[in-house]
Design a protein around this ligand. Sequence first.
Ligand code: PGA
Length: 259
Amino acid sequence: MARTYLIAGNWKMHTTPPEARTLATAIAEKHNSLKPPSSVQTLICPPYISIHAALEAVAGSGVHVGAQDCHFEPKGAFTGEIAPNMVKASGCSHVILGHSERRQYFGETNGLLNKKVRAALSEGLIPIYCVGETLTERQEEWTLAVVRTQLVDGLKDISLQNASNLVIAYEPVWAIGTGLAATAEQAQEVHAAIRGFLTEILGAVGAEMLILYGGSLKPDNADEILSKPDVNGGLIGGAALQADSFAAIIAAACKIAVS
Ligand code: PGA
């Protein structure tokens, strides 16, 4: 059976609308020339203000566009926030939730993220719910306990009809933006455990969900990490800001998917 991959770019706080248009155009061109099988999906997540420009640039290419966060309320007096229905209506298919930078710099907790995940799901958005341990937590051998709590609390009271409605990203905090990726073995070990936790929390549907690896994923290590049986794609920061390196990671997924 062909393996399914989602290769997602998290652009973080990079790209003005004109810059997003240029980058998204280049990505769409490279994506088209790779002719990915339907089992390999590509997603880019620009800042809110650049979503429209990115969507116009990728129109017709099959590249999906997502947001990097959303609020849990559908509307109201929440200055500066964006509601899930607004993200959906703008043309996004996915929304990243619980990225470690949101947890670390904006105090987002598993409880708050549970509200966001439920709100996004009810609007028909596909949340990419991020989990991962800090360096200290790994050194203390708490990785699996930390990740399990993030999943149990963040996915509380969720019932999923379809495994494709929710995506998990395992992003060890110590690997994000540091150039120090997890080894393929470290990633596989945690991904396999996550699949077990998802089955425990969500039942059979949990076992089928896509689990992305994030944290210094680059063309150099993509082959090895994406080949691991429980790795179903990547959430990519730095290497997603250049069309060439992002396309090289998509190409690695295509190669494995059709092999
Ligand atoms: P990185 O970021 O690829 O630059 O390490 C990954 C992420 O934060 O999603």
